[in-house]
Design a binder for this molecule. Sequence first.
Ligand code: SAH
Ligand code: MG
Length: 223
Amino acid sequence: MTGSPTHKPFAAEPRLEGYVRDRFLGDDAVLARVRDRAARSGLPAIHVSPFDGKLLEVIARAAMPRTIVEIGTLAGYSGICLARALLPGGVLHTLEIDPRHAAVARESFIEAGVSERVQIYVGPAAETLSQFGDGQVDVVFVDADKEGYPDYVRWAARALRPGGVALLDNAFGWGAVADPPGDSREPSVEALDRANRLLADPDGPFRAMMIPTSEGLAMGVRV
Ligand code: SAH
Ligand code: MG
């Protein structure tokens, strides 16, 4: 999770980035406050960008979700975006290993008015995931330990209903997924490439594509 730039450009041209910000994002005081409070609490600024947060909400909405699972809560920034996409009565289950992060996120969800629809699980994601039944999940967003991504994709293949959506953040591995495979690549990059291969496998359970955000947002629809 190191190597994320502070400014994450969205479009090829700064002019167009500004255009999209003006037309599609506008001001979002709630989300801005989450970023500020996270910084004051000493959390790393590795949230998704405002662009990617809106993208997550819009993609998730298309799945008309009742059940969303997020792996990697941090301060709740992306979680708020996802929770906004839920149908009435729907629940975001968000998994976080660090209790300090979970505590900050709890405040964020209250402030955003979504805490009734959000369940936070503190602990290693791998231990929490088994409690979700096969085919019961509408949207999965993966944004935690990169070494865990291949297992998270395999889990998502079981947990998602047909038409359900898996989204993997940082799928470009800070550019390094395009390096030749082998010893020179870090284990996190190796794992991200493996997760991308699983998602993109034409004979596998997903139909997938890479959305070229600055971090790379890999998206697979469960066939
Ligand atoms: N999705 C957030 C950012 C998540 S940063 C946002 O965009 O707002 C990654 C988070 O994953 C960190 O808070 C880290 O503590 C958590 N994490 C790392 N390994 C984990 C694991 N094995 N299980 C659950 N959470 C984990
Ligand atoms: Mg990320």
